[in-house]
Design a protein around this ligand. Structure first.
Ligand code: G6P
Length: 614
């Protein structure tokens, strides 16, 4: 997804911008560019990596020593293919205004027609380019206005979403930025300011940031920043301290971010529960929802909306909340919920789950639910993200920055969060304090059990070596392990590009069984719970059709080793806890298969970490 960086201060801007863009690489992109201001404006942009851009900017920088103002962008194509022309920044015809833009200008086609009829020449196929020409047009008509005012006027014509940075050689000592639906953060240094679409490029320079809200426009100079609404009303902004360090967003000795994040899970599990699970008191304390707990407990229905991996966590949440709190739960893809005129009202609670807190569909589902009067609650990882800010109440998963595009630690953190929520909703209603204490004890044992699974890494790699050339995989699970089967299949397809499907094991006989032959590896989660004997029958069904079974089973299960070609043993845990453990070998298996196939696991093709457009 597109990334934005901006710099104004005393340092040479180009290296700051290029380094910032590298920090945003994890978001996924197809082209990159920067604009530097030093008397005149110079732009360098191209299809391909930031590394490539860095090499090619050497000449540009030689011509522009000491540019201390600039903007940079990584683009993920929406309108117009990835190409040098379509990369940002975009310039006006005179070459004295440059913009970079995240989001989509929905009425761009009408605006473009208007501008073209007035003689404006477009060099790209992007929606974004209309922004620079709009600004130019207004400035030509009213030359006495300043950059801030012309940007503000231009944005009044724009429908859609934007995170926007504008610089101009006519007013060389400022950057004008604006936000609507696409995040922007200003980092506050000493005599210098940083702008970015998330905190990753900023954190190495300063931990003091200001998050712009939707509908705000800021002017950033070397001396400070001022924030107003698009309607020109001054805004007081709160300076927030970032709570993660640069070290946390680097690979920490692992070959890939994804592997690092898989291995971080035991620590993350501790972090999610810290201060919330109070083992000695047998209590759960969820500070972010404490004021709304009563309303939550009396909800007529809970609807959970999410996308991708977060949607799989939501499915486990459905099982947990219904089992413990006995409140009906519905899980919806956020993209479906927003367009199907859902029946939700004031008695309902809508929970939005999102690692990034910026997923466009999930954000739209939030707004739909809020308009319909539901209590909206968020479960997000990124602090200060839009979903976190627009929900009435919520909880952060505290999993730390997740850089690998395929989500791993955020998933386990979300499931623990939902587990704690289910228990909090049950307390005093559907389950006794003693039972809650038992659950808490089991939850507290999870990080240690997860660490033991991580020790199986080399065994899992050996299995991956044998199966890496398979063309298809089937993942089966029942009950709490059905969403884990979906998540295992998603991980594999995301990063290895092998076709994989997850199914509830009992559904196999209604279709997928037709696919099974000696070339089909079938991963079956066969932990000892109330469906154990049924899943053994499913294994037999696969075996009798020559399918190759890889089972995830509990320690000490001898029977499984007789039935499966490979068994990955995980520690015993109760049914609701099992997903937290069973998913780890599936993450590792996907990781090893993908790396053995030479895939870029941290930045898989066509995928983005944070999908901030529809
Ligand atoms: C993208 C990512 C997935 C993620 C999904 C939802 O597709 O590649 O890993 O699960 O978005 O993201 P969210 O940030 O809302 O959890």
């Amino acid at each position: 997804m597109c990334g934005i960086v901006g710099y104004i201060g005393w340092q040479d801007a180009a290296p700051v911008l290029l380094k910032g863009l590298k920090r945003l690489e994890y978001r996924g992109y197809d082209s990159a560019g920067i604009a530097l201001l030093n008397g005149a404006l110079s732009v360098m942009k191209q299809k391909g990596s930031v590394g490539g851009l860095e090499k090619d900017t050497e000449a540009l920088r030689a011509n522009l020593p000491g540019a201390t103002v600039g903007i940079g962008h990584t683009r993920w194509a929406t309108h117009g293919e990835p190409s040098d022309c379509n990369a940002h920044p975009h310039l006006n015809e005179a070459g004295d205004i440059a913009i970079i833009h995240n989001g989509i200008v929905e009425n761009y086609s009408a605006l473009k027609q208007e501008l073209v009829s007035e003689g404006y020449l477009f060099l790209s196929e992007t929606d974004s380019e209309v922004l620079v020409h709009l600004i130019d047009r207004i400035w030509k008509r009213e030359p006495s206005l300043d950059l801030e005012s012309v940007t503000r006027s231009a944005l009044r014509h724009v429908e859609g979403a934007y995170g926007l940075c504008v610089i101009s050689s006519r007013e060389p000592d400022k950057i004008v930025v604006a936000r609507k639906g696409s995040p922007l953060v200003i980092g506050i240094g000493v005599g210098e300011f940083f702008i970015a679409s998330d905190a990753a490029p900023i954190v190495e320079h300063t931990n003091k940031v200001v998050y712009l809200s939707d509908g705000e426009l800021a002017v950033v100079t070397r001396e400070g920043y001022s924030v107003k609404t698009i309607e020109n009303i001054e805004q007081e902004k709160i300076v927030t301290e970032l709570d993660f360090s640069l070290e946390k967003i680097e690979k920490g000795g692992f070959e890939h971010f994804m592997l690092k994040e898989i291995f971080e899970q035991p620590a993350v599990m501790h972090d999610v529960m810290r201060g919330r699970v109070r083992l000695d008191e047998g209590q759960i304390h969820l500070g972010g929802i404490v004021d709304y707990l009563d309303r939550l407990k009396h909800a007529k229905r809970i609807v959970i909306c999410a996308c991708g991996t977060s949607w799989h966590a939501a499915l486990i949440g459905e099982y947990l909340i219904e089992e413990f709190a006995r409140i009906p739960v519905e899980v919806d893809y956020a993209s479906e919920f927003r367009y199907r005129n859902p029946i939700v009202g004031v008695d309902d609670v809508v929970i939005l789950i999102s690692q990034s807190g910026e997923t466009a569909d999930t954000l739209a589902a939030l707004r739909t639910a809020r308009e319909k009067g539901a209590l909206v609650m968020g479960i997000c990882n990124v602090v200060g993200s839009t979903i976190a800010r627009e929900t009435l109440c919520g909880m952060y998963t505290h999993a730390g920055p997740e850089i690998g595009v395929a989500s791993t630690k955020a998933f386990t953190a979300q499931v623990i969060m939902l587990y704690m929520l289910a228990l909090a909703l049950s307390k005093g209603r559907t389950i006794s304090n003693d039972e809650i204490a038992i659950h808490l004890k089991e939850l507290s044992s999870i990080p240690e059990k997860a660490s033991r699974i991580l020790e199986l890494d080399s065994q899992i790699k050996t299995i991956a070596e044998r199966f890496k050339d398979a063309k298809n995989f089937l993942y089966l699970g029942r009950g709490y392990n059905f969403p884990v089967a979906l998540e295992g299949a998603l991980k594999l397809k995301e990063i290895s590009y092998i076709h994989a499907e997850g199914y509830p094991a009992a559904e196999m006989k209604h279709g997928p069984i037709a696919l099974i032959d000696e070339d089909m590896p079938v991963i079956i989660i066969a932990t000892r719970d109330n469906t154990y004997s049924k899943i053994l029958s499913n294994i037999e069904e696969v075996r009798s059709r020559k399918g190759r079974v890889i089972a995830i089973a509990n320690d000490g299960d001898q029977e499984i080793s007789r039935l499966a070609e490979d068994v990955i043993y995980i520690p015993q845990a109760s049914g609701p806890i099992t997903p937290l453990l069973a998913v780890i070998p599936l993450q590792l298996l996907a990781y090893h298969i993908a790396t053995l196939r030479g895939c870029n696991v941290d930045r898989p093709r066509n995928l983005a970490k944070s999908v901030t457009v529809e």
